[in-house]
Design a protein around this ligand. Structure first.
Ligand code: 0A1
Ligand code: ZN
Length: 881
C-alpha cells in the first residue's frame, strides 16, 4: 500500500476494542512452505466498546482455509475474508468461539515478520503487528489473552519446539515422523508477545531459584555447534535476574525462561513472554569471535529483554503511541544494570555519546518526533532513538527531580496498580505524582514536545559581595509540526568548582532544590550563590542531568582547569570534549582557517599527555573515553547548516594526528603497561585496559603511519582475542597502502566461516574515509560473506557505508545514489530493513547546497518508485516534507 493511501493513525482517535479475546488455543503444524494454523478464540463483547459493532479481525497476506462459530461452519454470507482481514458482519452479542484455519508459507517470508525460517529454524517476530501474518486476530496490544499452543513438526527437522509459558506435554504423533509439544502461558498477553521456535538447536541450561522461591529452568538455544558461545548470555541472564529482584523487587513468574538466537532478525532482540528471541549477534560470544563491546552489548540486551517481563509484558502498552512506556523505561533499567555491573561514569559517557549521535541527530532533522508521537502511518518506523534513548532520559530526569525514594515508591505503585493491564503514560506518571506529592503536568511535556532544548548559560562573579550569579535560559528549535515551543522542565545538576575542588552552594532561590540541583522550568532563570570565596568555574548538567545542549562560554583555560578539578567525572570528560568540539567547529566551517586548530591541538596534546602520565592506569576505561574525540558527525550537527563533511573530516584528522604526535613518546611504554596478562577475560577492568591500549593504537596509526602499521600487524598476528585483532584492523584502515590490503585479506582468511566476525570486517572497510570506498563496497557486495537477504550483513556493509560521513556524502552524489538503489531493491523483500537504511538520509537538510540537492534527488528517486512499502514511503515522504 502506498503511504498516500495509508491512513494516518492518531492518538486522539483511540477507542477501546469492541471485542475481547479471553483465551487463544493455537494448533500449529509446522511445514517449510505449508504451515497450518488452527486458532480457537474465545470472544466476548467488551463492556467498554460499542454493542452493535461487526467483528473485524486483522490479517496480513493470509489465506483462510476454514471458519466456524461455536463449532459450526459459517455460511459464506456471514463473513468476508481477504488477505488483509476477516469480518463477521453480525456476530452474536454474547460470548462465542471462532475457529479459524489459515495456511502460511514461512520459507517465503522474507519480511521476517510473523512466522519465518532462519537457517532452517522456524521462528516468529510479532511486534508490532506480525501476529496478523499468522492468523486473523485483534492484533492490538490492549487485547490480552491466555494462550495455549500446540506445536507439531517433523522430528528430524524440528526436534526442539518452544513457545511461551510452561511446557505442559510432549509426545509423538502416532503413525508419522512427527511430534508435538504443548505450551501454556497463564499470563494474559497481547498478540505481539506470542512466539514459537522450532528447529534443530543446541542449548546450555541452568537452574535458578527466584527470591520468592520459584524454581526456574533457564536455557539459551543456539545453532548446532555453537553452544560453546552461549555461556556469557546465560551468565548475564542470571545476573540481571538477581539484580531485578534486588533493585526493583521484581521476580520472574514462570517455570521456564528460554532465549533463542537466530541469524536472520530485523532488530536486536524481542521480549516474547518466557521465550526471548535474539539476533544471534547479541547472544553468541567467545574471545575469538566477540569483542569487549559485544560482551557488553550482550549483557545489556539480555537484561533489556528480561526486564521487559515486567516493564512491557506484565504491564504492557494500551496502544502503540505508548511505546516509550515500555521502551524508555526498560532502556533506563538496562542502563542502570550495566552501570552497576561496570563503571557508572564510563557507562554514562558511552550512553550520552550514543544519545547525541543517534537521538540528537534525529531531533535535528526532518524525522524528529516526540517521545510519544501523536500520529503515525507505519509504527515500525517509530522504534527510534527518540522513543528508546530519549525515553530513558525522561525517566532518569524524573528520578533526579523527585529523588530516589519517591522514584522507588512510584515504581512500586506502578507495578502494583498496573500489573496485568495495558497502560498509558498518564497512568505511569500518576504513580510518581502520588509518590512524590508533586504536580508532574509540566514535566509531562517531555512526552509531547520534540526537539533538543538548548540551555544558554552565563555567570558573573562579584568579588566584593562574594556572590556568583548564574543566568540560565532555554529554548527548543522548531521541529516538523511543532513550530512554537514551550519551556521544558530541565533538571540542571551543578557545582561551582574552585581551586581546591567544589565550593559550598548557598542560595535564597526557590529554583534551587538543594543537593546541587537547579530546576529550569521557565524561559530563563537567574540564581545567586552567596559566600563564594573565589571566582568559580560553573559545572553544569553534571552527569548529563537533562538531554539538552549546553551553551556556556568558558575559556579554554577554564575548561582545562575543569578537566583536572571537577568532582563530576562526566563533566571532566565533557570539558575536553568541549575544547575539541569548539576547535573542530571553527576549523570545519566553510571557509575556515585550518591553521586555527594548531594552538588548541597543542593545548589538548599537553593536557592529555599530563593526564595519561598521572591517571591513565587508575581508570583506563575512563581514559579511553577522554582520548576519543567527538565524532565528525557530532561536529557536523553542531555546525548545523551548510555542512561540508570533507572540511570537518580534514579538521578532525588534523586534530587527532596532532594529539597522536604529542602522545607518541609515551605511547609504547603505556601500551606495554596496559597489556593484560594471561588468557582473555571479559570483565570490565580488563576491557578498559584493552580499550585504552587500542585507542592509543589508533592515534599511533595517524601520527606515525609506518610504525603504526607495524604495530597493527604485530597486534593482529599475536592477538589472542577479537577485540585486539579487530582494533588492529580498524587502526590499519587509517593507513592507505599495500600493508592495509594485506591485513584486510589476512583477516578474511582468519575468520572465514564466521559471519558475525566478517560483518565487522565488512563494516571496517565500509567506513574507510577515501573516495575508493564506494567501489570497494560495491565489490564486497559480491563477496560470499555478503548477502542482501540477511539484515546483519546489510547493516554491516551498507549501513556502515551510510554512516561514513565523507563517502556517503560524496560531493558527486554517488553515495546517495548507491544507498537509494539498495533501499529500492531491498524494499521488495524486507521493507523494515530498507526503511531503516533510508533513515541514513535524516541529516540531509543541514548539508551545503550541492550535496543537499544530490541527497534530495536520491530521496525523490526513492519516493517516486512505484509500489513502495508503507515503511519506506513513510520515511521518504517525511524526510522530504
Ligand atoms: N521490543 C523489542 C524491539 C523490537 C521491535 C520490533 C521488532 O520487530 C519489528 C523486533 C524487536 C525491544 O525493545 O527489544
Ligand atoms: Zn525494548
Amino acid at each position: 500500500m502506498r503511504t498516500d493511501d495509508a491512513p494516518l493513525i492518531r492518538l486522539e482517535d483511540y477507542r477501546p476494542s469492541d471485542w475481547l479475546i479471553d483465551t487463544v488455543d493455537l494448533d500449529i503444524s509446522l511445514h517449510p512452505t505449508q504451515t497450518r494454523v488452527r486458532s480457537l478464540l474465545a470472544l466476548r463483547p467488551n463492556p467498554a466498546g460499542q454493542t452493535d459493532a461487526p467483528l473485524v479481525l486483522d490479517g496480513d497476506e493470509l489465506a483462510l482455509k476454514a471458519l466456524s462459530l461455536d463449532g459450526e461452519p459459517l455460511d459464506a454470507s456471514a463473513y468476508a475474508a481477504g488477505p488483509q482481514g476477516l469480518t463477521l458482519h453480525a456476530p452474536p452479542r454474547r460470548g462465542f468461539t471462532l475457529t479459524i484455519e489459515t495456511e502460511i508459507d514461512p520459507a517465503a517470508n522474507t519480511k521476517l515478520m510473523g512466522l519465518y525460517r532462519s537457517s532452517r529454524v522456524y521462528c516468529t517476530q510479532c511486534e508490532a503487528d506480525g501476529f496478523r501474518r499468522i492468523t486473523y486476530f485483534l492484533d492490538r496490544p490492549d487485547v490480552m489473552s491466555v494462550y495455549t499452543v500446540r506445536l507439531e513438526a517433523a522430528k528430524a527437522e524440528a526436534p526442539v519446539l518452544l513457545s511461551n509459558g510452561n511446557l505442559v506435554a510432549t509426545g509423538e504423533v502416532p503413525g508419522s515422523d512427527r511430534h508435538f509439544a504443548l505450551w501454556h502461558d497463564p499470563h494474559p498477553k497481547p498478540a505481539y508477545l506470542f512466539a514459537l521456535v522450532g528447529g534443530a538447536l543446541d542449548h546450555v541450561r541452568q537452574d535458578y531459584v527466584t527470591a520468592d522461591g520459584r524454581k526456574v529452568e533457564l536455557a539459551v538455544y543456539v545453532e548446532p555447534g555453537k553452544a560453546g558461545r552461549a555461556g556469557w548470555a546465560l551468565d548475564s541472564l542470571v545476573r540481571c535476574m538477581r539484580w531485578d529482584e534486588k533493585v526493583f523487587g521484581r521476580n520472574y513468574d514462570l517455570d521456564v525462561f528460554n532465549v533463542v538466537a537466530v541469524s536472520d532478525f530485523n532488530m536486536g532482540a524481542m521480549e516474547n513472554k518466557g521465550l526471548n528471541i535474539f539476533n544471534d549477534k547479541y547472544v553468541l560470544a567467545d574471545p575469538q569471535t566477540a569483542t569487549d563491546g559485544d560482551y557488553a552489548s550482550i549483557e545489556a540486551i539480555i537484561a533489556h529483554e528480561y526486564f521487559h517481563n515486567w516493564t512491557g509484558n506484565r504491564i504492557t502498552c494500551r496502544d502503540w503511541f505508548q511505546l516509550c512506556l515500555k521502551e524508555g523505561l526498560t532502556v533506563f533499567r538496562d542502563q542502570e544494570f550495566s552501570s552497576d555491573e561496570r563503571s557508572r561514569p564510563v557507562k554514562r559517557i558511552a550512553d550520552v555519546r550514543t544519545l547525541r549521535s543517534t537521538q540528537f541527530s534525529e531531533d535535528a532533522g526532518p524525522l524528529a518526533h516526540p517521545v510519544r508521537p501523536r500520529a503515525y502511518k507505519e509504527i515500525n518506523n517509530f522504534y527510534t532513538p527518540t522513543v528508546y534513548e530519549k525515553g530513558a532520559e525522561v525517566i532518569r530526569m524524573l528520578k533526579v527531580l523527585i529523588g530516589d525514594d519517591a522514584f522507588k515508591r512510584g515504581m512500586d505503585l506502578y507495578f502494583e496498580r498496573c500489573d496485568g493491564t495495558a497502560a498509558t503514560i498518564e497512568e505511569f506518571l500518576a504513580c510518581f505524582a502520588e509518590s512524590s506529592g508533586r504536580d508532574l503536568s509540566h514535566f509531562a511535556r517531555w512526552y509531547e514536545q520534540a526537539g533538543t532544548p538548548a540551555i544558554v548559560a552565563s555567570g558573573r562573579y562579584d568579588a566584593a559581595e562574594q556572590r556568583y550569579t548564574l543566568d540560565l535560559a532555554q529554548s527548543t528549535p522548531p521541529t516538523p509540526g511543532q513550530a512554537e515551543k514551550e519551556p521544558m522542565v530541565l533538571p540542571v545538576r551543578l557545582g561551582l568548582v574552585g581551586t581546591e575542588g567544589d565550593l559550598p552552594l548557598r542560595t535564597q532561590s526557590n529554583a534551587y532544590a538543594g543537593d546541587g540541583l537547579v530546576v529550569l522550568d521557565g524561559p530563563s532563570l537567574s540564581i545567586a550563590f552567596e559566600g563564594v570565596t573565589e571566582p568559580p568555574i560553573p559545572s553544569l548538567l553534571r552527569g548529563f542531568s537533562a538531554p539538552a545542549r549546553l551553551e556556556l562560554d568558558l575559556s579554554e583555560a577554564d575548561l582545562l582547569r575543569q578537566f583536572t578539578r571537577d568532582s563530576d567525572s562526566f563533566n571532566r570528560w565533557q570539558a575536553l570534549q568541549s575544547i575539541a568540539t569548539r576547535a573542530l567547529v571553527a576549523a570545519g566551517r566553510p571557509g575556515a582557517d585550518s591553521g586555527a586548530l594548531g594552538a588548541t591541538a597543542a593545548e589538548l596534546g599537553r593536557a592529555l599527555d599530563g593526564f595519561l602520565a598521572a591517571d591513565a592506569l587508575a581508570d583506563p576505561a575512563f581514559a579511553a573515553q577522554v582520548l576519543r574525540l567527538p565524532a565528525p558527525a557530532d561536529i557536523a550537527r553542531e555546525i548545523g547548516k551548510a555542512v561540508d563533511p570533507d572540511a570537518i573530516f580534514a579538521a578532525h584528522r588534523a586534530l587527532s594526528t596532532a594529539i597522536g604526535s604529542a602522545l607518541l613518546p609515551r605511547l609504547s611504554g603505556l601500551r606495554q603497561a596496559l597489556e593484560t596478562k594471561g588468557p582473555y577475560r571479559a570483565d570490565s577492568a580488563s576491557a578498559g585496559r584493552r580499550a585504552l591500549r587500542n585507542e592509543l593504537l589508533g592515534l599511533a596509526a595517524l601520527a606515525a603511519p609506518a610504525d603504526g602499521a607495524a604495530l597493527c600487524e604485530q597486534q593482529f598476528e599475536t592477538g589472542d582475542n577479537l577485540t585486539d585483532r579487530l582494533a588492529a584492523l580498524a587502526a590499519m584502515t587509517l593507513i592507505p597502502g599495500e600493508r592495509r590490503e594485506r591485513l584486510i585479506a589476512r583477516f578474511a582468511e582468519a575468520y572465514a566461516g564466521e559471519p558475525l566476525v566478517l560483518d565487522k570486517w565488512l563494516m571496517a572497510q565500509a567506513l574507510i574515509a577515501e573516495p575508493a570506498t564506494l567501489e570497494r563496497v560495491r565489490e564486497l557486495m559480491r563477496h560470499p560473506a555478503f548477502s542482501l537477504g540477511n539484515p546483519n550483513r546489510v547493516r554491516a556493509l551498507i549501513g556502515g557505508f551510510a554512516a561514513n560521513l565523507t563517502q556517503f556524502n560524496r560531493a558527486d552524489g554517488a553515495g546517495y545514489g548507491f544507498v537509494a538503489d539498495i533501499v529500492i531493491a531491498l524494499d521488495r523483500t524486507n521493507p523494515q530493513v530498507a526503511s531503516r537504511l533510508l533513515g541514513s538520509f535524516k541529516s540531509w537538510r543541514m548539508l551545503e547546497p550541492g550535496r543537499r540537492r544530490q541527497a534530495q534527488e536520491a530521496l525523490g528517486l526513492v519516493a517516486r518508485t512505484p509500489n513502495l512499502s508503507r515503511d519506506v514511503s513513510d520515511i521518504a515522504e517525511r524526510a522530504l516534507a
